[in-house]
Design a protein around this ligand. Sequence first.
Ligand code: MN
Length: 198
Amino acid sequence: MQEKNFDWLNGFSIDFSLVSGLSEDAVSTKRYLSDMKGIFSDEAAFEDSLVRDNTLVYEFYEMGAPENDGDIAFGTSIVYPGKIGNEFFMTKGHFHNILETAEVYFTLAGEGGLLLENPRGLTAFHQLSPGKALYVPPCYAHRTVNTGKNTLVTFFAFRGDAGHDYGTIEKKGFHKLVVEENGGSCVIIDNPKWKKIT
Ligand code: MN
């Protein structure tokens, strides 16, 4: 698909589906299971799933926002339902390169949450459901988790020059995991593999 030419200098509009989160005007960035090696806690379950189906876990839009502090990057993030072992499908999660930059998420469809943590080890999990907006404060790593049976769609906006630091989370993981308990309820547990790396 051809991406629309977005006029970041003079303004533009773009459509996102309120149901699927997808846009016909832009090309999404896709993260398949094979892109998520080392992200899920249960490595055996991950390898089992990957052999069966290299499924699409999530996708999001970047649209080439200028990396200026006066611009705002925005788009939708779409996390599909599923689990690896008992851990729900989720995004890789990241800090911003400019750590002291915040982000806003607004839920369009689905059920889930945002897992947050800062470099001092403070953590939080905030529920997402349609109509709910969430403020991710400066300095917090953030990961979207789909705890429901349908696609979780959020709309996000953050400072254009914030940048993404995926490496810290890839090396250390989050302090907490979002898993399904026996019986189907969602619980937050300590990540036994969290690595203290200075
Ligand atoms: Mn972010």
